[in-house]
Design a protein around this ligand. Structure first.
Ligand SMILES: [Fe+2]
Ligand SMILES: [Fe+2]
Length: 133
C-alpha cells in the first residue's frame, strides 16, 4: 500500500512544482513499499539517497520559483525548508548508523507531504493566481 497517493489537495497550482512533488511522492512510495516488503537495506538505502538528493534539488528550485514571482513569504518558507532538511538529515543519520528503517521516519515523510505542500507550498500558488487575475 502506498504511503500517500496524489490528490487535489496537493495541487499548488504551478505545474513545474506539482510535477516535482509527484516525483517526491513516487520516491516515498517506492521506499515505503520496499520497506513493507522487507527488501534488503542496500535497496532501501539507494532509494533513500535518491529521495534526499531530489528533495534538496526541489527545495532549491522551489525557492528560485518563489524568487521569480517576488513571493514575500519566501524568507519564512526557506527557514521551514532548512528545518525539514535538518530533520531529514537526522533521520538519515539514524537510519544509516543503525542500518534500519523505522516507522517514525515514514510518519515524518507523510506529515511533511500532507502539511508542507497543503499548508505552506499552496501559498505561493495563490499569489500566482492573484497576479494573473
Ligand atoms: Fe516548500
Ligand atoms: Fe515543495
Amino acid at each position: 500500500m502506498s504511503l500517500m497517493d496524489w490528490n487535489e489537495k496537493l495541487n499548488v497550482g504551478v505545474d513545474q512544482m506539482n510535477d516535482q512533488h509527484k516525483v517526491i511522492l513516487t520516491y516515498m512510495n517506492t521506499l515505503y513499499d520496499d520497506y513493507q516488503a522487507n527488501k534488503p537495506f542496500s535497496v532501501l538505502k539507494s532509494s533513500l539517497d535518491s529521495l534526499k538528493d531530489y528533495t534538496i534539488k526541489h527545495f532549491k528550485e522551489e525557492e528560485e520559483y518563489m524568487e521569480s514571482i517576488d513571493y514575500d513569504g519566501i524568507a519564512s518558507h526557506k527557514i521551514i525548508h532548512e528545518k525539514l532538511l535538518k530533520t531529514l538529515g537526522e533521520h538519515y543519520e539514524n537510519i544509516t548508523s543503525t542500518q534500519k528503517f523505522n516507522d517514525d521516519f515514514f510518519h515524518f515523510l507523510k506529515f511533511w507531504l500532507s502539511s508542507h505542500i497543503q499548508g505552506i507550498d499552496v501559498k505561493y500558488g495563490k499569489l500566482k493566481d492573484q497576479k494573473s487575475a
